[in-house]
Design a binder for this molecule. Structure first.
Ligand SMILES: *Cc1c(COP(=O)(O)O)cnc(C)c1O
Length: 231
């Protein structure tokens, strides 16, 4: 049996240590997004009972079912790639969409948000390592996408999201996190309401926090291995 409470305490403890170790963002808190994908609603509920306020899911269908069954209001994060034809459901379900990586996706979210009278908070996902297997805009196209997003009235850009490569030596992630933080700070200088840097998952969150992340997305370290038989 996985003890969600115990795991959660261990993760919070590690985050606190990494915060103490860091040279940047000295006094800013880190938001822990508990990633419940491929776990049942009872796991999500356990995390919420233990004090979790932010839940992350990567698929619309799975999220819709789960969110309905939760007994408390939580902040809901879409961390997976969004297909434009699901934008309507996404804006109804999620408080923050981490995965804007193209003009098409941004436009679809904007339209959907307009249709329900919402201003949708989003992050742009950046693919710094240029991995083919991952979504995210390349660094050299980032400013163009930001400019485009700024023309849309029903989405509000709140920051960036990065998924680091799954290096066997996790220290190899550090330069990427550092570079992402640099870009984040540079862009932040000229904007308001631009405050989230979402990077770090189970294998690399300690380093991500040390390098300035203020949102981490953690599944396995809290809930154990995912159950891929769950629909
Ligand atoms: C699944 C997922 C996570 C959580 O991964 P763990 O390794 O289980 O912590 C974080 N971010 C994204 C984008 C994911 O898809």
């Amino acid at each position: 049996m996985v003890s969600v409470i115990k795991n959660l305490q261990a993760v919070l403890n590690e985050i606190e240590i990494s915060c103490k170790n860091r040279q940047v963002e000295k006094n800013s808190p880190v938001i822990l997004v508990a990633v419940t994908k491929n776990h049942g609603v009872e796991m999500a509920q356990q995390a919420i009972d233990a004090g979790i306020t932010d839940i992350g899911e990567n698929r619309i269908q799975e999220a819709a079912g789960k969110f309905k069954s939760l007994d408390r209001e939580v902040t809901r994060h879409l961390i997976g790639h969004l297909q434009t034809n699901k934008a309507k459901q996404a804006v109804r379900l999620f408080d923050l969409i981490h995965s804007v990586d193209s003009e098409n996706v941004a436009e679809a979210i904007d339209k959907a948000a307009f249709s329900i009278g919402k201003i949708q908070d989003v992050l742009i996902q950046v693919n710094l390592a240029k991995e083919d297997s991952k979504s995210g805009v390349y660094e050299e196209n980032l400013q163009t996408l930001i400019n485009f997003v700024d023309t849309l009235k029903n989405i509000r850009l709140r920051g960036f999201m990065l998924i680091a490569p799954n290096y066997s030596d996790v220290e190899n992630c550090r330069p990427l996190f550092r570079r992402m933080y640099e870009i984040f700070c540079e862009v932040k200088k000229t904007r308001r309401n631009f405050d989230f840097l979402s990077m770090g998952m189970t294998h690399d969150y300690k380093i991500a926090v040390e390098e300035g992340a203020n949102v981490v997305r953690i599944g396995t370290a809290i809930f154990g291995e995912r159950n891929y038989n769950l629909s």
